[in-house]
Design a protein around this ligand. Sequence first.
Ligand SMILES: [Zn+2]
Length: 370
Amino acid sequence: MKRVLFLAFAISTLTCQGQEIKADYPQLTDNNPTTYYTGTPGKNKLTFQVSYSTPVLSYKIYSSGETPAHDPANWVLKGSNDGKKWTVVDEQKDQKFCSRFQEILCVVKKPAIYKEYMLEASTSGKENVIIADVILSDKNMKAGWENFKYPKVVFESLNPDTGGSKIYHDLVQNPDEYVKYHTQKVAEILYYTAGDPMVDVQEIDYTLKDYNGVSAKGGSSPNINIVYSTQHIEKSAKESLYKLDFETRGVLYHELTHGYQFEPKGIGNYGNNKTFWACIEGIADAVRAEAGLFDMSTRKPGGNWMDGYRTTGFFLQWLTTKDPDAIRKFHITVRDLDVWSFDKAIKAVFGQESSIEGMWNEYQEFLKKQ
Ligand SMILES: [Zn+2]
């Protein structure tokens, strides 16, 4: 949600990235998918006033946690400079959200400079429309990723009668699309564009299974498999469907990273070398953290970069405060350095005068001030 600009309406006034904006429906523009605009059956007109002259190039609409019948299915985005004459800039029909709290990203077909935008949205049937968030952007949020090659996804629920499996389907209506969406999001964090040389993932078998655990990835690219525990789903859903969504996406980011990440060279393997293991699990949790799917208040001083998982992952994600591309650059060292080490990786990204110890100590100082 960087690059979020304008978004406007008339009741409350708030400041967004330096732009003063006004909102009639702040629940639509608060980046919080658990607060909704609840409208009427039929056409709903939502206006957004922009206070500066940049064309909207793309936008995202988020489904709510309510049932899919309340999702917007058809919409028109219009622009105006006087609030009277409206010009259609984009139109979408028969849209289906693959899950709850899910975005649909559209590139504006006829961008031009307007002071005000209006979204006219309706459901596919007689239900009232409910929308979680709307984000208008003056960037093309699809840029560089139009040609991403999605893997084939084979979804299976081994224990469809379990509570966890049933709740999963309340959350996810189209599991194949849901997994595919996240493959691209993972690749966007690890790589710069869809054209980058990338680990080739051709098929993902995604299975819900009744067992005492969380999730695991097996196989190796091009064919990987991921299991997700229905018991864990049930536990995560106790608080709310949104909590389940947060957890399910977070776990998926982690496991899918294992499909798309490079593996360090010259230091053995996952099972027999701790540096290899810490690198693999650290990057997977760094990607999850970068996606915003960890409770970052759990970050605490202590530990070591070799501890793996979130101790390493939070550290790697924190490096993006020094360089926004730090995760991508760090990941490229995994492909290029032979023999790979944390210290050589830090030096490759931040210069020969830097070191893993120095960087880690700086991170610890940052954590102590939190
Ligand atoms: Zn892992």
